[in-house]
Design a protein around this ligand. Structure first.
Ligand SMILES: [Fe+2]
Length: 257
């Protein structure tokens, strides 16, 4: 029985990957949907998101964006060239893509600014409570877990679902038109770069995870990966929910606590 995985099919087709990962992706679908179909994207793409929610979203998500290359660097530290095909693939991919991430923090600030949230607010504003769960989780899994778990949780799960919601918002004419015409292209640049049709990173990450795990990983290893991927989606979903809470509600909660 051949336990090594080597992709022969198309990169962006789930059927090109081992059976266990097809089932894993399917099992994680409800959690992924809770992020992909979140009301936040409807508010944006219908062009009627309020400034308080947008501020919460921009400030609350900032640390995840800003720290994303460092999560990849945490994974890079686990690789060792020549140890396995998976290690070699991961090392090469991470080195190259940390560089690609270089400008994305700046583009996030451009998006915020175009959407009426000053960069100083994003850089120094206090994020709404609960919105840091995804960044904290990425730090934990990339720092302490296996290379496969770290890449599955971040480059596959977080980048993958981000591609889906980015495409939704980027495709919306109403959202584009809700922004000032001057600088609109720069404002939309982050979304454009992360929209799924331009971004094959999550698929490449999935290929690396499969190469590291092989065709027949132990069931408990698969279960663990599923937990890691679901936790990424759940923490993103929770963060989005917290962005919808208005300052008044938070004050009330703080007084009650
Ligand atoms: Fe990025």
């Amino acid at each position: 029985m051949n336990t090594h995985f080597e992709r022969t099919g198309t990169l962006t087709e789930l059927t090109s990957y081992p059976r266990w990962v097809q089932e894993l992706v399917e099992a994680c679908e409800p959690a992924r949907r809770s992020v992909r179909d979140h009301v936040m994207w409807d508010m944006m793409s219908e062009g009627h998101i309020d400034q308080a929610t947008m501020r919460n979203f921009m400030v609350g998500t900032w640390s995840l964006i800003e720290r994303f290359p460092s999560f990849m660097a945490q994974n890079l530290l686990k690789t060792q060239y020549g140890r396995s095909v998976g290690d070699n693939l991961a090392r090469r991919w991470l080195v190259r893509n940390i560089r690609v991430e270089q400008n994305h923090a700046e583009y996030w600030l451009d998006w915020a600014e175009g959407a009426g949230i000053a960069r100083d607010v994003v850089l120094n504003g206090r994020p709404p409570r609960g919105t840091q769960a995804a960044a904290e989780w990425c730090h934990e899994v990339c720092g302490n877990d296996t290379l496969a778990a770290g890449m599955a949780a971040t480059n596959y799960a977080i980048e993958g679902v981000t591609g889906e919601w980015s495409q939704k918002v980027f495709d919306s004419l109403a959202y584009a038109q809700s922004l000032p015409a001057a600088g609109r292209k720069a404002t939309l640049r982050w979304l454009q770069l992360h929209a799924a049709y331009d971004d094959t990173h999550p698929w490449e990450a999935l290929e690396i995870v499969c190469t590291l795990m092989g065709n027949h990983p132990a069931p408990e290893e698969v279960d663990h990966l599923r937990e890691c991927i679901e936790r990424s989606y759940v923490s993103l979903h929770y963060g989005l929910e917290r962005c919808l809470v208005k300052p008044y509600a938070e004050e009330v909660e703080e007084q009650a606590a």
